[in-house]
Each structure stands twice: as structure tokens, then as C-alpha cells.
Design a protein around this ligand. Structure first.
Ligand SMILES: Nc1ncnc2c1ncn2[C@@H]1O[C@H](COP(=O)(O)OP(=O)(O)O)[C@@H](O)[C@H]1O
Ligand SMILES: [Mg+2]
Length: 282
């Protein structure tokens, strides 16, 4: 089954139907591929495009990987449908979590569509080159920390390119630093931090899987700078993620380029070039 295309994000405004459909599919394929590949999915961009457009499978590749890209593509459609809402709430994130976690293991310690039920950890190598174990904030602190995350998400109304990028980077790094789910935190962060980006009329920021090492090292260095991450109770007083914000600005170039290309094609018959971002909302 192919994923249906429903609600329409603003970066498609001003394009005719054929171009809109192609651009929308390109962005869906790119976003779904990179975000799942960053977490180990073996489908290439070409495989992902084939699987999502044709509803067929790639010979010899795991069923789990096919389900994951379908789940991610479905989550993108859910996000587009959420763009008209004034505020994002817990249930919206839970719905997205249910879409992306496609391995259905019945385990009370692995809740799907709910906050984590037990402590979670990652291993890392410190800036000084030493191995370490990192504990994320406690499950008991998660609802409070996420309420603060929602306040940030719902109160910021970024509009310039710089403001939007800064807001994306902050929402993304805070979500992966809270690590509110037992799994899926990376994919969730790369989805939901894009909601204000899309609301402002821009295409999503897509972290390329080729930059995985730098992406993880930058997030890890930020988390290392938080004195007591496991005991975190408040998001106030956390440092601004300057290095990560600069990276995110680079990560935006591929989808921006796709949109520019579509606009130039629209103007292919001697019509003057389209204005640059953001397009006025119709
Ligand atoms: N060593 C690390 N230091 C900091 N952040 C990390 C580290 N390893 C992974 N992450 C963050 O956590 C995400 C992976 O978390 P996880 O819950 O497994 O999400 P997913 O299932 O989407 O992979 C990564 O994408 C990254 O954002
Ligand atoms: Mg994972």
C-alpha cells in the first residue's frame, strides 16, 4: 500500500499540481530515508522512493526496514495535518510515536505512544577521548520536562530564516536530551522540531545520514556540557546550542534547493524568477 498524500504544507504554495506532487514526494522520500538510515535502516534513497511510490519491496532487505520507512512517511502526513493547530500537545506526539515505531513488541517497559517507563542510557566518547555512559533524565521527570518543551514549541513564532533554524535546533536537541521515549527519540526529534519550520512556510530541515558522526558528536558534546543530565528537572538555564544551530543551517540546503528547483521550473517559460523564502501564505 502506498502512503496517501493529504494536507498541504506552505512550501508547496504557488506551484501547479504536478510540480507540487513531485516536490512533496521528493521531500517525503528524502526525509524518511535520511532519518531512518541515521538509525541503521538499510534502504537507500532509491529503495525508499521505490518502496513508498510503488508499494513494492526490495529483494533481500529486511521487512522491518520497509515498515519503518512507511511508518515515517505516515508520520510526515500526520505532521502536515497538524500544521493548522494552534498548539501541539502530548497526544500529537504519541500519535506520531505510534506511526514510527513499527515493531510491535508487547512490553510494558517499551510503551508505544507514551512516555518512557524506565531509565534510558547511551554510551559515548567524551571530548577528552574517554569512554562514558550517559543517563538521560528520569522517567518521573519526563512529563514536567516535556510540558516545558511544549511551552517552548508553542510559544515561539519564528519567521526569519535565522529564527526558524535556531528554534529548530533548540527543539531538536532538547528533545533528544530529554529522551522521553524508550526508542524513536532521534526520529521524533527530526520530525517534530520541523513543525514550526513548516508552519513558517519553509521546507523541513533534513539531517543527512552521511553526516551521522558529526551530528552525534555535536549532540553528545552539548549533553556533556549539562552538569547533571540524569537529574534534570527544568529546561531553563540550559545553554543555547550554537554549534548545532550552525550545523542545522547546512542541513537545510538540500530541501531548500529542491524547492528552488521546483520554482525555477514553474518559471521555465520566460516568467520572472519566484521570490525567495518565505512565500506569502495564500
Ligand atoms: N552518544 C550519543 N550522544 C548523544 N546523543 C545521542 C547519542 N547517540 C544517539 N543520540 C541521539 O539519540 C538518537 C537515537 O535515539 P533513539 O531513541 O534510538 O532514536 P531512534 O530509534 O529514532 O534511533 C540519535 O538520533 C541522536 O539524536
Ligand atoms: Mg533507536
Amino acid at each position: 500500500m502506498t502512503t496517501p498524500l493529504a494536507a498541504r504544507p506552505g512550501f508547496l504554495d504557488g506551484l501547479d499540481e504536478g510540480l507540487r506532487d513531485s516536490l512533496r514526494r521528493s521531500i517525503r522520500d528524502l526525509w524518511s530515508h535520511h532519518s531512518t538510515a541515521l538509525e541503521g535502516n538499510s534502504l537507500t534513497l532509491g529503495d525508499t522512493q521505490f518502496v513508498l511510490s510503488e508499494g513494492l519491496t526490495v529483494s533481500g532487505k529486511p521487512l522491518k526496514d520497509h515498515n519503518e520507512v512507511h511508518g515515517h512517511a505516515r508520520a510526515i502526513e500526520l505532521i502536515y495535518a497538524m500544521l493548522d493547530k494552534d498548539a501541539l500537545a502530548e497526544d500529537d506526539l504519541f500519535l506520531l510515536h505510534k506511526a514510527i515505531i513499527t515493531e510491535r513488541v508487547v512490553d510494558i517497559y517499551k510503551p508505544i505512544g507514551a512516555w518512557k517507563a524506565e531509565a534510558n542510557y547511551t554510551n559515548f566518547v567524551s571530548r577528552a577521548g574517554k569512554p562514558g555512559l550517559r543517563e538521560y533524565p528520569a522517567p518521573q521527570a519526563t512529563p514536567r520536562l516535556m510540558r516545558q518543551w511544549f511551552d517552548k514549541c508553542n510559544s515561539a513564532k519564528p519567521s526569519t530564516r535565522d529564527e526558524v533554524c535556531r528554534n529548530y535546533a533548540e527543539l531538536h536537541i532538547l528533545l533528544v536530551s530529554i529522551h522521553p521515549f524508550f526508542d524513536g527519540n532521534g526520529r521524533m526529534a527530526r520530525l517534530v522540531a520541523n513543525i514550526p519550520v513548516l508552519k513558517a512556510g519553509y521546507p523541513p530541515i533534513v539531517v543527512p545520514t552521511e553526516d551521522r558522526q558529526r551530528y552525534l558528536e555535536t549532540i553528545s558534546a552539548y549533553q556533556e556540557s549539562i552538569a547533571n543530565l540524569a537529574g534534570l528537572k527544568d529546561l531553563v538555564d540550559l545553554p543555547a546550542p550554537e554549534t548545532f544551530t550552525a550545523l542545522c543551517a547546512d542541513y537545510w540546503s538540500e530541501t531548500m534547493q529542491l524547492v528552488e528547483t521546483a520554482r525555477q521550473m514553474r518559471n521555465g517559460n520566460g516568467v520572472p524568477p519566484a521570490p525567495t523564502f518565505p512565500l506569502p501564505r495564500s
